[in-house]
Design a protein. Structure first.
Length: 229
């Protein structure tokens, strides 16, 4: 069982197996690591007894007739989304990062889930400046210079075969930190060590690091300048 409070401030006891963690917005984040999600979503095909009582209560409130729910069958079932531990950004601001969750989660439309059998292995590359700069290069642009990235953009990005490379870096310390703006981020020692390890794993010279960080910072600052204009 789990004790929950819905958005209406009503409290219930429902079956823990019938829910899954939900990240609704990047505003809930701020660190690379999502250590303990606090928002949950009803996520079940076969609700258990206490959950059925919760669903029945929703029906007495007329929830099945709401425009966003009336076309679902059953009305309380979320679209088939596979919970995963990696979240990719859809909107890019002056802080650009990929999230790793300690638990499998689903997300709302401002993020994408990435399914992979060994998320702890590939997240080392996904939080690197090399990958984040690749995202900046391949993303689309909205009015005012804001960046926006589609699933199609991720699909065409060049990424090394992460199954066959080993990055000699423990990301535990970096994952727990708050995400900083582009220029502040690349000045962190943990960030420099990570990016050097990534370049080494790909057979690239670490002398490229300064230039990579400079390009990354200029890209982020252009977004800020365009939003201020």
């Amino acid at each position: 069982m789990i004790y929950i409070e819905n958005e209406g401030g009503e409290r219930f006891v429902i079956d823990r197996a019938d829910i899954t963690p939900l990240i609704r917005s990047p505003r809930q984040l701020g660190r690379y690591l999502i250590s303990e999600p606090t928002t949950y979503c009803l996520y079940t095909d076969k609700p258990r007894p206490f959950t059925r009582l919760y669903i029945k209560h929703g029906e007495t409130k007329g929830l099945p007739e709401r425009p966003t729910l009336r076309n679902r069958n059953p009305w309380y079932k979320v679209t088939d989304l596979k919970p995963t531990r990696i979240l990719l950004p859809k909107s890019l601001m002056d802080k650009l990062y990929v999230n790793l969750s300690s638990k499998s989660v689903i997300c709302d439309q401002r993020l994408y889930t990435l399914d992979y059998s060994d998320p702890d292995k590939i997240v080392v590359y996904l939080i690197s400046t090399l990958f984040l700069f690749t995202v900046e290069l391949y993303c689309g642009r909205l009015g005012g210079g804001a960046s926006d990235i589609r699933v199609e953009d991720y699909l065409v990005m060049p990424v090394p075969d992460l199954r066959n490379i080993r990055i000699e870096y423990d990301p535990a310390r970096l994952l727990k930190k708050k995400v900083l703006t582009h220029r502040d981020e690349v000045n962190q020692e943990d960030r420099k060590k990570l990016d050097k390890a990534v370049l080494n794993s790909l057979g690239l010279s670490v002398e490229l690091l300064t230039e990579l960080h400079a390009f990354f910072c200029r890209s982020g600052e252009r977004q800020i300048d365009k939003r201020k204009a």
